[in-house]
Design a protein around this ligand. Structure first.
Ligand SMILES: *Cc1c(COP(=O)(O)O)cnc(C)c1O
Length: 442
């Protein structure tokens, strides 16, 4: 399988090249040049498949040019070492818990797969990964890449501008993961990373790569849990579910759409957003109008110009009618979200995080407007409620215990390198790394 750019101006590349490049030269996002359909037999026996079976069947066509079975098996078993249960909320509503990885959010699937992919690709050379983060992506990358061989990670985050929990996750991974605490803004962090990528002298001395959410190796594994959710659903149901996805940058839902194009039986996808509703609006009006994002309590979805929309448009040959047939969009305010968390907790005892609550609200709204009260829906639960305890605890008026992994992370000592937002300083730090690594690698 080759990978092409959504802007169509760069040459097609291999899977490994697409991972290392991150973004295509023409500024587009990599997509597989075709989406193969899996056999009818695979789909009809899905209820008997394990996560590993699914991972290998779904990913093989995308990686087999370069990775043999053993490599794929070792990458997936290392990356997906946590559970992903489908939990029934009532007879028709299921919550797909994607938050049992180290940073308690679905981004662990992509970040861990990317980390173990880099480890395989790097082999005898050292790859330096630069990431500018405003919090969440960086913590998934820090925890995902910890202990990856041949890979050094340099995370830049704005000092004092990430939550305490995020900062702990960013700064306690240790070893090959370095946290640079920049005395500036997120934009400063991004600028420093960009300058490094444009610095030809630096790039001659070290291999630089990124771990952005747009990397193809973060996207493809996000198909797997849709199929695994279906496998669990089909153990009890013969109908096909609707799937509701709390969405911001649209990477999560794009993973689901790829699975659907591979033949996964799904009725429809719901794109559930907070008031940053550019995609639901696009589906309604047929015109895409990006705008500045607004802050909400579901802040991982505060995105005003979702980059993965380019991939969605590509998957549907830019046909808005085809998109509308499979995708429905709904948006909700913070007040509606808070009410949903409270109502579900009071009724069932289940605690939704603010993002998942939006997915839940959308499932209700879908049933109402389509007059299908008994429609089965799977809601993708993107984060553990403990991750947003400051918001959720006052709503449910109860305490949410921290899962043990997070508790341990909170107790570790923060280790960061303070730095001014100055490129010469950042560059000399990176050059210093080369010297030190040469000593330790030899
Ligand atoms: C990143 C994130 C989202 C949004 O996912 P996209 O792939 O950007 O659409 C939703 N919920 C949580 C908790 C997230 O971390």
């Amino acid at each position: 399988m080759k990978y092409i750019s959504t802007n169509k101006e760069s040459a097609a590349v291999t899977f490994n090249e697409a991972i290392l490049n991150g973004l295509a030269n023409d500024g587009g996002l990599y997509v597989p040049e075709s989406i193969p359909k899996l056999s009818q037999k695979f789909w009809s026996q899905i209820a008997q498949s394990s996560f590993q079976d699914i991972a290998e069947s779904i990913l093989t066509p995308y990686v087999s040019d370069q990775w043999n079975k053993e490599i794929l098996h070792s990458v997936t078993t290392k990356a997906f070492n946590f559970k992903a249960p489908l939990v029934a909320l009532d007879d028709h509503t299921y919550i797909m818990e994607l938050f049992h990885g180290p940073t308690l959010a679905f981004k662990d699937f992509g970040a861990r797969f990317l980390a173990s992919s880099f480890e395989k690709i790097a082999a005898n050379k050292r790859i330096n990964i630069l990431v500018a983060t405003s919090g969440d992506t960086g913590s998934a990358v820090a925890q995902g890449f910890k202990d990856a061989k041949h890979v050094s990670v340099h995370l830049l985050y704005p000092s004092g501008k990430v939550s305490q929990l995020q900062e702990q996750q960013l700064t306690t991974a240790g070893g090959n993961v370095n946290a640079l605490e920049i005395n500036g803004t997120f934009d400063d962090c991004q600028r420093l990373v960009k300058e490094a990528f444009n610095d030809s002298e630096l790039r001659e001395s070290m291999i630089l790569s990124s771990a952005n959410s747009i990397n193809i190796a973060r996207l493809l594994p996000q198909s797997l849990y849709y199929v695994y959710a279906l496998a669990q659903f089909k153990q009890q149901h013969s109908d096909n579910p609707v799937i509701s996805v709390p969405s911001g940058n649209m990477g999560n839902v794009t993973g689901g759409l790829i699975a659907q194009k591979m033949g996964m039986p799904v009725d429809q996808f719901i794109i559930a957003t907070n008031i940053n509703d550019v995609v639901p609006e696009y589906l309604r009006k047929g015109i895409f109008q990006p705008r500045k994002s607004q802050r909400t309590i579901a802040n991982a979805m505060d995105v005003g110009d979702p980059s993965n929309l380019a991939r969605i448009q590509h998957l549907f040959n830019h046909s808005i009618d085809e998109m509308r047939a499979l995708l429905k969009g709904f948006a909700f305010t913070d007040d509606e979200t808070k009410n949903a968390i409270k109502k579900v907790y009071n009724k069932t005892g289940y605690i939704l995080d603010p993002h998942t609550a939006i997915g839940y609200l959308a499932s209700q709204e879908y049933r109402r407007v389509n007059n299908k009260p008994d429609q089965s829906v799977m809601v993708m639960a993107t984060a553990h409620p403990a991750k947003f305890k400051d918001i959720v605890e006052p709503i449910i008026n109860d305490e949410i215990p921290l899962p043990p992994a997070l508790q341990r992370c909170m107790e570790k000592e923060k280790q960061s390198i303070l730095m001014e937002p100055s490129y010469p300083q950042f560059k000399s730090y990176l050059m210093q790394q080369i010297l030190e690594k040469e000593i330790t690698d030899n």
